[in-house]
Design a protein around this ligand. Structure first.
Ligand code: URP
Ligand code: ZN
Ligand code: ZN
Length: 459
């Protein structure tokens, strides 16, 4: 109760349209007043945070995580407890994870399973995307029920992971049509799964078994082709499309061109694609190289992160996630003799805001893309931002023993994080308990997206 009234004093409050030095008064988790020299009454029971010389920005929303994900013969290391604690330390106050059913299995059961994992453990708020990994009338019915009864408004379709999660064009068409009917956003993992399977066989036959084979068997075209195909299919049914983990210049260009043609498509670069690159796959240390294995891969062209950041800054790309799906070195070693068996995934949930700040504001003087996150959802948290830190696996809160941003000096780091009006992190100390985060229902027909879909329909 003592934390229910909070005054953040003297920080520079960053909004979509402008920044202003002001106090922020929060009561019962809701911002009540923003202005100079606020003196809320009574003073007793008021928690005061001094934000002098700091930025006060909306809590981050990581649009893409995989906590405790059973995947590729293993389970990702960050669970909903360590992962969301790390998120808070990095200034993120909400994550959106993925419930992913096996082919032939129930989407609703997958949703319930993921929710039962998350609810007792989450330290920040969360929502769930659901994956469509096969197609039938039952899937269609379940999508409807998830949208109408469970607060799901986005579904991810995989164009890769052949024989595991991959769907074909006919299934994509059906799933996109259904999303459109229900007012959901279709998401795609855009890579040509057939070409990856063939390319991987070819690499292994040539004796290339190391992590570099992972990138060599799926060059940029493989990502760009699938991105173009998904956009074409989505446009045919006027369904809004969200391309997750945009990793290459080629795929980003495809999205940018489609947006210029008026298509309703959004691209999500991730902390990894903005903060590091695929040259790491050629590192002589196998463990180092394997730690960067994820799909689509990071690109060896070192100008990729800057290119993606420029597109993010000018709205060609729209939001940032992390695809946080951490595996430690022992788990990665499942693929020591065959790169196709290295569990795919990297860290980022704690690093994302600082990495974007470093690469997007400090390096090229662009505005942090906070407003995008605020626009697609309510602002759930507040972060006091300023300080510097060198990213390291030795000091991070993510559960794995490697950090793909190791050694990066960041000049924007959360000093305090506020969630629902409570200071949950301050000066390196946490004040959260497992299960304190809440599931956030997301409504169908989100206006930011569907306003454009309706306009296009009328035209
Ligand atoms: O390598 C990745 N991206 N792992 C997580 C699963 C996915 O495709 O998002
Ligand atoms: Zn994916
Ligand atoms: Zn993912």
């Amino acid at each position: 109760l003592a934390q229910q009234r909070l005054l953040i004093k003297g920080g520079k409050v960053v909004n979509d349209d402008c920044s202003v030095v002001a106090d922020v008064y929060v009561e019962d988790g809701v911002v009540q007043q923003v202005g100079p020299n606020l003196n809320p009454e009574p003073p007793t029971g008021l928690v005061v945070l001094d934000a002098t010389n700091k930025l006060v920005i909306p809590g981050g929303i990581d649009t893409h995580t995989h906590m405790q994900f059973p995947f590729m013969g293993s389970r990702s290391k960050d669970d909903f407890y360590t992962g969301t604690k790390a998120a808070i330390a990095g200034g993120t106050t909400m994550i959106i994870d993925f419930a992913i059913p096996q082919k032939g299995c129930s989407l609703i059961e997958a949703f319930d399973r993921w929710k039962s994992w998350a609810d007792p453990k989450v330290c920040c708020d969360y929502a769930l995307h659901v994956a469509v990994t096969w197609w039938s009338n039952k899937v269609k019915e379940e999508m409807k029920s998830l949208v109408q009864n469970k607060g799901v408004n986005s579904f991810k379709m995989f164009m890769a992971y052949k024989d595991l999660y991959m769907v074909n064009d006919e299934e994509l068409y059906a799933a996109f049509s259904c999303c459109k009917e229900l007012g959901a956003v279709a998401q795609v993992h855009a890579e040509n799964g057939e070409l990856i399977a063939q390319g991987a066989k070819k690499m292994l036959a040539m004796g290339i078994t190391g992590p570099e084979g992972h990138e060599l068997c799926r060059p940029e075209d493989v990502e760009a082709e699938a991105t173009q195909r998904a956009i074409t299919i989505a446009n045919a049914v006027n369904c809004p499309l969200f391309v997750v983990h945009v990793m290459s210049k080629s795929a980003a260009r495809v999205i940018s061109n489609a947006r210029r043609e008026g298509k309703v498509v959004y691209g999500e670069p991730i902390a990894a694609s903005l903060g590091t690159d695929g040259t790491n796959y050629w590192n002589k240390d196998w463990a180092h190289a394997a730690a960067y294995v994820m799909g689509p891969p990071l690109r060896p062209d070192p100008s990729t992160p800057g290119f993606l950041m420029n597109l993010l800054a000018n709205d060609d790309l729209s939001v940032t996630g992390t695809d946080n799906c951490t595996f430690d070195i022992c788990q990665k070693a499942l693929g020591k003799d065959d790169f196709t068996k290295i569990p795919n995934g990297v860290n980022g949930v704690e690093d994302r805001m600082s990495v974007i700040w470093e690469k997007g504001v400090v390096s090229i003087s662009r505005c942090l893309n906070v407003e995008q996150n605020a626009r697609i959802s309510v602002i759930l948290g507040v972060v006091l931002f300023c300080k510097h830190r060198t990213i390291s696996a030795k000091t991070h809160h993510q559960a794995n023993n490697f950090n793909i941003f190791e050694g990066m000096i960041c000049h924007g780091v959360p000093v305090a994080t506020v969630s629902k009006g409570k200071v949950v992190y301050e000066g390196g100390a946490f004040n959260v308990t497992a299960g304190e985060g809440k599931y956030v229902s997301r409504p169908p027909f989100p206006p930011y997206v569907y306003k454009r879909v309706r306009q296009r329909e009328q035209v």
